[in-house]
Write a protein that binds this ligand. Sequence first.
Ligand SMILES: C[S@@+](CC[C@H](N)C(=O)[O-])C[C@H]1O[C@@H](n2cnc3c(N)ncnc32)[C@H](O)[C@@H]1O
Length: 443
Amino acid sequence: MDVFKILSISFIKMVYSTRRQVFLILACVAWIEFAIRFSPQIERFAHDVFLYRSSTPQNTVPVAYGHPEEHARLLQTLERSTAKWDSSHPRYRLLTALYGFTRYKSGSQSDINRWKDLYKKVPKRQRLLLESAVDYPRKLESVDSLLDLNVKLASSIAEYGLQFYNITQVELNDFIKEAEAQGRPIDKTSVTQGMKHFVRDWSEEGQQERLQTFQCVLKTLDREPRTVDAPLHVLLPGAGLGRLAHDIQKLGGFEVTMNEWSAYMNLAYRYVSSRPERNSVSFHPYIDWWSHHATNSDFQRAVAFPDQVADPLSVLHVEGDFTTAFNGRTGQYDIIVTLFFIDTARNLVSYLENIHRLLRPGGRWINLGPLMYGTGPFVQLSLDEIVALSTRIGFDFRDPEVVFGEVTIPGLKVQGSEIGYGRNPLGLNKNAFQAQYWEAIKH
Ligand SMILES: C[S@@+](CC[C@H](N)C(=O)[O-])C[C@H]1O[C@@H](n2cnc3c(N)ncnc32)[C@H](O)[C@@H]1O
């Protein structure tokens, strides 16, 4: 008997034996499990599917690209080959921010778990008292479940970002795996700050603060002679989530460019400007900070956004560092608006020189904001020093078109007024800045 015959007979015998059928099925199942466990590709696939499923809710909004030249430039700067691969590479920064939004849950959950652990330190008698008077454990549990909505928002931002920047889930997962293996935590503060900005810029609740802050800039710009056929070119560096840029565009007769360096802000802006319906998204912006709340319902309230649909194609958004992203655009802007921006400079002199370079002769610089220097600025100037330096660089300060506040330093054309920034309007704290407003002409 040849081998083929032997095999055929055994196969027929096996197929007709019920016991062997069962054995065959069990063997198949065992093989599949073995393959999933030990094949790196299959394991990676299973991991990716799991991550995708666990972290990304449905997002049916199509990606709005627009501005094809700028989009091509953006994708090019994101190429790995354009710069050394380290934490300052634009793609690395973007992946880090995507990692933050994707893993927002674990970052926030650990805070809640800490608060739960701290509560256990309260002696039993006092816990009983707290439970009967205010049901504190329920508060801890309810924040835990409210967090789900924020987690869903963070996941949606990441999901939209992957589509917008053309990054695959596999690439992000690999990045996350490596970050976690190296013990690099997410930057939860940047994620929450990015999301909190939805309130100031894109919610009804933020309207009061926007009125206080944006009104004098909008009024001043609206007085500028212009036509729709010959629009004025306005640039807003450090534009955050871009509401002022969109409000200026809506005045008509302005071609508006906004710029932002932070990948967290950019992801949040790309997301909010893609929402097709008013107030279609909501989240609980205040649940991560338990101080300064009058009532639990204030503290746990949801805020919806966007209060207005933004057309992402109506404003050009240039991502990157203001001091380098506009290298080829000397003298191209009629107006530059710096809103809560100049104190973010690592090198303030470079900011001022760059503003001057980008304006056309006779162009106008409008500033509104505080002088709250961050970590590691090369120079930290007081207001009078900024006026002196800007004058030396080639600006003429002039009396503002509209009254913003009181003159800050007699003899200098700068006005100051108290302005909130990212305040909780129902909160018991009222942090504010004495923001400084000026208009200066490039000569
Ligand atoms: C205090 S926030 C103000 C944002 C916005 N103007 C507003 O009022 O909501 C300053 C912004 O400047 C951005 N920024 C900091 N340095 C920058 C740079 N070199 N180029 C562009 N943007 C920068 C920050 O990421 C941040 O979003």
